[in-house]
Design a protein around this ligand. Structure first.
Ligand code: FAD
Ligand code: NAI
Length: 463
């Protein structure tokens, strides 16, 4: 019975690998099927990790050219070695994916290399092997959403994957979609010298984010050189002798316009990936958007088959997939496990960063929940002044009756780190007064969180 397991996980992205590791730590015999030649899924191979490596390197490149002299650091104009920057990114992928391989070995998880297909209840076929499993977890993630009529060749018309690999800095980069990928990867190439235009179907970028943050952030990106065509759709991309001709139209109808670009990045969302899994053979139901349907315990419509991460509904974020993987493993091993979907932070790793957790003002208004809002700008924060990183603010939204914190929205340098303290507060059902009465180290950017909390029902000290 060498091929019999307590748990077979299909897909070794953040959801799948964390589920496998937790289950093994809790004593289950686990196999994880992964068809890529590295573990770590989209996130480690073509997503979170490589994009953050390029964001980091390109930000330092830009900083060295723009702000070092102000601090008395005199360097000659930085010169881009793109090949080396891409190698730096590849090293980050290598280090992280090898780390997961090490953790699999340490926890005695078998990595079954190849494409998994569910053959029947408790059976997963991989090549000529059939794995038997008491439970199966589908963690196959997502793929790039296609723009009808626009063929991605990953050379001049690219998805995020191609945009992490461009051989030279494009003169003109046209991004279709003003979401997280478009703004992060647009920032990378913009800092390296590309002229970036974002074409967004809706009237605002980052749909779903707090409106005040979006307004402020749009202004910041424009200052950085981004051009936006909002309320606009791309209808055609044609290859020319040199470059691309992009036809756009107002989303609500109107006259078409032609734009030129060297590279077009299609970043209009991602779709659940279930190709070749054999879901119909075992009666696993999907919704209208192709996502696997699960109940509150992450069980699909078929007994013994569960699903987590991007392949089910909810935010397509690595840490959401991870939390689901761990909670599910805990339950399958006979313990308690749960995900608090009300407290899942989201971060856009641009400069400054944008981070949020909980409800936006728009969501609270729509739900008819009365709230108080406290805001504190980084222009009044000592550390931010010392570092000359005064852009942005912290905003805390708290229930008018109970003062319980319902949402926190930050735009500013290191907002992605600061949002963790807001998430802890919310997870522990803190009130804004609880945060306001805490002692924060000085001087830190985080003091703006305390000051925003003070502003919810009273007044901040430094304003
Ligand atoms: P995935 O990571 O997609 O992993 C699924 C794995 O399953 C893949 O490796 C695939 O090869 C494998 N697979 C699929 N079918 C089979 C099969 N039949 N047999 C065997 N293997 C199979 N999220 C964040 O939280 N923070 C970020 O900063 C961030 N940055 C991103 C940047 C980019 C450019 C992109 C594209 C995404 C980013 N994301 C980020 C989103 C994040 O990558 C996903 O939310 C996360 O990877 C989802 O994890 P998952 O485990 O559900 O699936
Ligand atoms: P997204 O859903 O964030 O944004 C897509 C944008 O494209 C939206 O603003 C949408 O209105 C627009 N759009 C859709 N169709 C369009 C069309 N035809 N023309 C013009 N605009 C159109 O999707 P994105 O940026 O592709 O990212 C995919 C997923 O990856 C997201 O769900 C995100 O959560 C995840 N991700 C997370 C990151 C992070 O956490 N920092 C970084 C990168 C990706």
């Amino acid at each position: 019975m060498a091929d019999a397991f307590d748990l077979v996980v299909i897909g070794a992205g953040p959801g799948g690998y964390e589920c496998a590791i937790k289950a093994a730590q809790l004593g289950l015999k686990v196999a994880c099927v992964e068809k890529r030649d590295r573990l770590g899924g989209t996130c480690l191979n073509v997503g979170c990790i490589p994009s953050k490596a390029l964001l980091h390197a390109s930000e330092l490149f830009h900083e060295a050219g723009a702000n070092f002299a102000d601090m008395g650091i005199e360097v000659s104009k930085p010169k881009l070695n793109l090949k080396q920057m891409l190698a730096f990114k590849d090293e980050a992928i290598d280090g992280n994916t090898k780390g997961i391989e090490f953790l699999f070995k340490k926890n005695k998880i078998e990595w079954v290399k190849g494409e998994g297909q569910i053959e029947g209840p408790g059976k997963v076929k991989v090549g000529d092997r059939t794995l038997e499993a008491k439970n199966i977890v589908i963690a196959t993630g997502s793929g790039v959403a296609k723009l009808p009529g626009v063929d991605i060749d990953e050379k001049t018309i690219v998805s995020s994957t191609g945009a992490l690999e461009l051989g030279k800095v494009p003169g003109k980069l046209l991004v279709v979609g003003g979401g997280v990928i478009g703004l992060e990867l647009g920032s990378v190439w913009g800092r390296l010298g590309a002229e970036v235009t974002v074409v967004e179907f809706l009237d605002n970028i980052l749909p779903g984010m707090d409106g005040e943050v979006v307004k402020n952030f749009t202004r910041t990106l424009k200052k950085q050189g981004f051009s936006f065509k909002l309320g606009t759709k791309v209808t055609k991309v044609e290859k020319q002798k040199s470059g691309l001709k992009v036809t756009v139209e107002p989303a609500k109808g109107g006259d078409a316009e032609e734009l030129e670009a060297d590279i077009v990045l299609v970043a209009i969302g991602r779709v659940a990936y279930t190709e070749g899994l054999g879901l119909d053979k075992v009666g696993v139901a999907t919704d209208k958007r192709g996502r696997i349907e699960v109940d509150a315990s992450l069980k699909t419509s078929a007994d013994g088959i569960y699903a987590i991460g991007d392949v089910i509904a909810g935010p397509m974020l690595a840490h959401k997939a991870m939390e689901e993987g761990v909670a599910l493993a805990e339950r399958l091993a006979g313990h308690y496990g749960a995900v608090n979907y009300d407290v899942i932070p989201g971060v856009v790793y641009t400069s400054p960063e944008v981070a949020s957790v909980g409800k936006t003002e728009e969501q609270l208004k729509e739900a008819g929940i009365e709230y108080n809002s406290g805001k504190f700008p980084f222009t009044a924060n000592g550390r931010a002044k010392a570092n000359k990183t005064t852009e942005g603010f912290v905003k805390i939204l708290a229930d008018k009756k109970t003062d319980r914190v319902l949402g926190v929205h930050i735009i500013g340098v290191n907002a992605g780190e600061m949002i963790a303290e807001a998430a802890i507060a919310m997870e522990l059902s803190a009130s804004s007064e609880d945060i306001a009465r805490m002692c924060f180290a000085h001087p830190t950017m985080s003091e703006a969180v305390k000051e925003a909390a003070l502003a919810v029902t009273g007044a901040p000290i430094h304003m």
